[in-house]
Design a binder for this molecule. Sequence first.
Ligand SMILES: [Zn+2]
Length: 90
Amino acid sequence: MALIYCPDCKNQISDSAVNCIHCGRPMRLSREAILAEIHNLENDSDNAMEWLDDFNSREGYSSDQDSLNNIFNRLEKNSKRIKELNGMLR
Ligand SMILES: [Zn+2]
């Protein structure tokens, strides 16, 4: 565990602190909160992939381009956010 300086009050705090113990500034999400969000995003992506599998097996149902784009956007957004969250864990 290392010590860092709070950007607001310039006091030293632990780098694992969720809030600055001096001024209360939120420092970062707790490890649990990050892991929980990653878990939720992965579940959401799994659901999206299942929807995609269904979509691919539906013959002659190709006019649903909007839904397809939505799913791809959702998967992309989820994976970006998961990367971001994983970065915070380091
Ligand atoms: Zn502070």
